[in-house]
Ligand binder design. Sequence first.
Ligand code: NAP
Length: 405
Amino acid sequence: MPGQFITLDSDMTPCVPPQPIIPFIEGDGSGPDIWAAASRVIDAAVERAYGGARRIIWRPLLAGERAFAATGDWLPEETIEAIKRHHVAIKGPLTTPVGRGIRNLNVALRQRLSLYANVRPIRFFPGVEAPVKAPQRLNVVLFRENTEDVYAGLEWAAGSEEAEQITALLSGLGVRLPPRCGLGLKPISEAASARLIRRAVRFALEHKHRSVTLVHKGNIMQHTEGAFRDWGYALIEAEFADVAVTEARLWEDFGGRTPEGKLLIKDRLTDAMFQQLLLRPDEYEVIATTNLNGDYLSDACAAQVGGQGFTPSANLSDEVALFEPTHGTAPEYAGQDKVNPSGVILSGEMMLRHMGWGEAADRILRGVEGAIARQTVTYDLARRLRGAALRSCSEFGDEIIASMK
Ligand code: NAP
């Protein structure tokens, strides 16, 4: 196969050759329809930006239903190893078979590859119908911790032997629980909090954002959510004191104005943050938060800009970046060339930027903006817009390519 491997330099930045091999997982359900359109758009953006001097060599990987049909394994080891080896990969949505004892494939991928940061940029595309008056005021990049919190799977059913043992242990510590309690544990560690916040701060500095906001519910859960905030501030002090300023110091030392060129670090309680994002969205740029908060906040932000069907994401470890849309397989539309491919296309935009191919990434953004602004859109957007021209999944891809400048 032609093409070269992406490698990492000493600070883990990808070194991308002119013809990198990039693995992709097409995905289940509507995944193949979406991938056909999305890969064409990504290739066209690279071609327009670099005129043939750069080209992606796509390498298909098996996961989900196709993997099971071909190998009897829902997530073959070869797929995990290939993603590790190539450092950058993109995937469509995968079905998790219900009631067959198979764990969620996306969670399995995140855990096997230690993808500790889930990153979601959420912004408004003019032309989309949004439920608020000024959706363009929201433009955030959300860093959600991906490995801990109540998502760690530490749960015990009411009445189970484990729940009884833990209840007895707690009773020895003077904690009285009502009978027949379901129990869940919320682990938040210093190491996982620090690496997530470090990643968010570095991103903010690199992309010249003005602020990073730590979101937590530390007034109630002091030793988990509160610790996330405290470890965050300790990290800023230890590693970023020369380039960042905290909100507390802003008032003490700088009269409330962020000094030129410095990154402002603030923190907000989760409940207040939901209000803030609705009432004063333009005061927030990069958000770093725990797993459950991030789950809630990202969906709320996506809904606020009308983008719940097509928000992209990246799952990052220090060595691997795996890009994927946030929607599922929409199996009822499989094979109909109907659904909106923007989630994978915009994940491709994030991927190109991660690779340092910003000129191609810009073309994708301009293409999506152009197609939506012209109101030539897939059914999900068309049904919310009066006078929009309905396009199939592949035709919408064509519209995006036609709008690339
Ligand atoms: P879903 O596939 O996201 O579909 C829910 C609804 O969202 C669809 O019925 C459709 O709504 C709309 N939708 C989703 N993707 C769309 C697209 N690309 N274009 C236009 N509309 C879109 O969620 P689900 O039905 O809960 O889950 C189905 C399967 O996907 C499950 O097996 C689940 O495990 C899996 N899943 C995978 C991932 C992942 O791989 N990351 C994430 C979530 C779910 P309308 O019919 O109203 O138009």
